[in-house]
Design a protein around this ligand. Structure first.
Ligand SMILES: Cc1cc2nc3c(=O)[nH]c(=O)nc-3n(C[C@H](O)[C@H](O)[C@H](O)COP(=O)(O)OP(=O)(O)OC[C@H]3O[C@@H](n4cnc5c(N)ncnc54)[C@H](O)[C@@H]3O)c2cc1C
Ligand code: SF4
Length: 501
């Protein structure tokens, strides 16, 4: 096994890892060697083609279809230079005050989260798109939402030179989306941080070293070969930061021979989501333009958030229940489809957790609580009202039987869409806001880390990603992940003298 020595080893290059890398980069000038190890490949700009099957395979873990243990939900998360920021849509919201208060983490103050978030909102060019950049799918959501009595808000997004190609979730082919792959990681590399891709950390040892396997570039695969020769490495570090995401970090710590707190892996939440479609009488612009510009937040009152969305043909077909002629007719109506994403605001629940199997691979245990199902159903009812208020002819609602509701039944959606029709494993539910597993808190009795991402009892080991959330955020999470990672970096700078000695 080849040996390498660094002072700081960061595992994962997504919203959390990329942020820590950039925030610590000035230490390189003082002779501190900083390494980022990323399991996925580094793609060249020209390799982002926007082709659905090709990009899903190249960027996502399990092509975006990672299944929970009982097979009732798929989880989407990326595995590439920049992590899931490469495939996110770039909607940029700041943590609500009520959520941070509910988290009740000693020392975590909402004003501090806001202050740090604002730094990244500026740095990643977050702003509201002008009216010219909005397509019919977004306009219909605004019109229908207001007519149906909802408070519709515009999403700030982090784009620069967006050309409205709508491929955000397949990696932006126009380099417009300002993820960590475009902002934080290149800045860190310019300052001398080393990023090694195709480098999977197998475990972290108690002597602060990490065992890494660097893979070959597969024949015909996308991305550059690794910066290191393929093989196994032992990287000796003094500070290790786990930023592998809400699935990657808990699984890595669970398979590592470390005295970690017993609640490691607990508290997994994910905003389970449904893609809903409705058919309009005429073609609308839906797959051209920025896909996600507006939302309705009913998290506090009814446990759901609605977002405009536009998914690609395969993903859309998968979201529509049923088979045969009715299913085919709906998919063929693609140019006339309006889409809304319903996200349920789930909560940390005993049993919903990450474990590692005998090979150390992550296993996600997730049971839908009645409250989560209720959030999905209420969100579906609200979406149906918005679709019809916007002029849709038919709405596809998986919580109705039959699932197609005609406009003449628009007044009856509350009676037709009910939890009675919930069939776990039959209704297509997916999630992309993966949170928890290494939650922050008071002590090892109730949490994995403290408010600085320090793993209780292991001061040299830090966590800096979405796994830090003690419960769900109830809004889109990347800005808050960056804000928390910024805190983690500050804690490392403060402890550096002692830890690097
Ligand atoms: C399709 C999609 C759309 C989204 N849209 C939005 C949005 O519009 N707004 C928003 O706020 N959020 C959005 N999100 C969520 C957001 O992208 C994530 O919450 C965020 O990127 C998570 O940050 P992270 O650092 O926890 O993990 P990630 O960004 O997922 O990064 C983790 C990285 O660690 C690497 N890794 C894991 N284990 C190891 C290991 N053992 N060794 C080496 N490397 C490892 C992974 O390969 C990955 O690259 C979206 C997510 C998806 C999937
Ligand atoms: S809509 Fe804009 S940000 Fe999204 S993929 Fe197209 S150019 Fe990139």
């Amino acid at each position: 096994m080849t040996e390498r020595v660094y002072e700081v080893v960061i595992i994962g290059s997504g919203a959390g890892g990329g942020t820590v890398a950039q925030a610590l980069a000035p230490m390189v000038r003082d002779g501190v060697r900083i390494l980022v190890l990323e399991k996925g490949p580094r793609l060249a700009d020209g390799e982002f083609t926007g082709r659905e099957m090709e990009m899903a395979t190249a960027l996502y873990e399990d092509g975006g279809g990672f299944l929970t243990a009982d097979g009732t939900m798929t989880l989407a998360f990326a595995c590439t230079y920049g992590g899931s920021t490469v495939v996110y849509t770039g909607t940029s919201l700041t943590a609500p005050e009520r959520v941070v208060r509910h988290w009740n983490v000693p020392g975590l103050d909402h004003a501090d989260v806001v202050r740090r978030s604002e730094k990244y909102l500026r740095e990643n060019n977050v702003h509201l798109l002008g009216p010219d950049a909005l397509n019919d799918n977004n306009r219909l959501f605004v019109e229908g939402g207001r007519r149906a009595g909802y408070h519709v808000e515009q999403f700030p997004v982090n784009v620069k030179g967006c050309r409205g190609s709508s491929f955000c979730n397949l990696g932006c082919p126009n380099q417009a989306k300002q993820g960590t792959n475009r902002v934080q990681l290149p800045a860190a590399e310019r300052d001398g941080v080393e990023v090694v891709t195709r480098a999977e950390v197998l475990r972290i040892e108690v002597d602060r070293s990490v065992v890494v396997r660097v893979g070959e570039k597969p024949a015909g695969g996308k991305g550059a070969p690794s910066e290191w020769a393929p093989g196994d490495y032992r990287v000796r570090g003094k500070i290790v930061v786990s930023a592998g995401g809400a699935i990657g970090s808990p699984a890595l710590l669970l398979r590592s021979p470390l005295p970690t707190p017993r609640c490691l892996g607990d508290g997994f939440t994910c905003h389970p989501a449904l893609i809903l479609v409705a058919e309009h009488p005429r073609a609308i612009t839906n797959d051209v333009g920025h896909p996600k510009s507006f939302f309705v937040d009913r998290g506090a009152e009814e446990r759901f958030v609605l977002e405009t969305c536009m998914y690609f043909p395969f993903t859309t077909a998968k979201a529509i229940t049923g088979f045969g002629a009715a299913h085919s007719a709906m998919v063929r109506a693609f140019p006339r489809l309006q889409m809304i994403l319903v996200l349920a605001c789930d909560h940390a629940t005993p049993g919903n957790r990450i474990t590692a199997d005998a090979a150390g691979k992550p296993v996600v245990h997730y049971r839908f609580t009645p409250e989560t199902v209720d959030g999905l159903v209420r969100g579906t009812v609200a979406s149906a009202k918005i679709f019809f208020a916007a002029g849709a002819l038919r709405v596809h609602a998986p919580f109705a039987d039959p699932p197609l509701i005609d406009a003449r039944d628009a007044a009856r959606v509350e009676a037709l869409i009910t939890t009675r029709h919930w069939r776990p494993g039959k209704t297509t539910v997916s999630a992309a806001h993966l949170m928890g597993g290494c939650g922050m808190g008071r002590s090892a009795a109730d949490s994995v880390t403290d408010v600085w991402g320090r793993v209780h009892g292991i001061p040299w080991l830090r966590v800096a990603d979405a796994s830090l959330f003690p419960d769900s955020l109830e809004i889109n999470p990347y800005v808050t992940i960056m804000a928390l990672a910024d805190r983690v970096a500050e804690g490392i700078r403060e402890d550096a003298r002692e830890l690097l000695a």
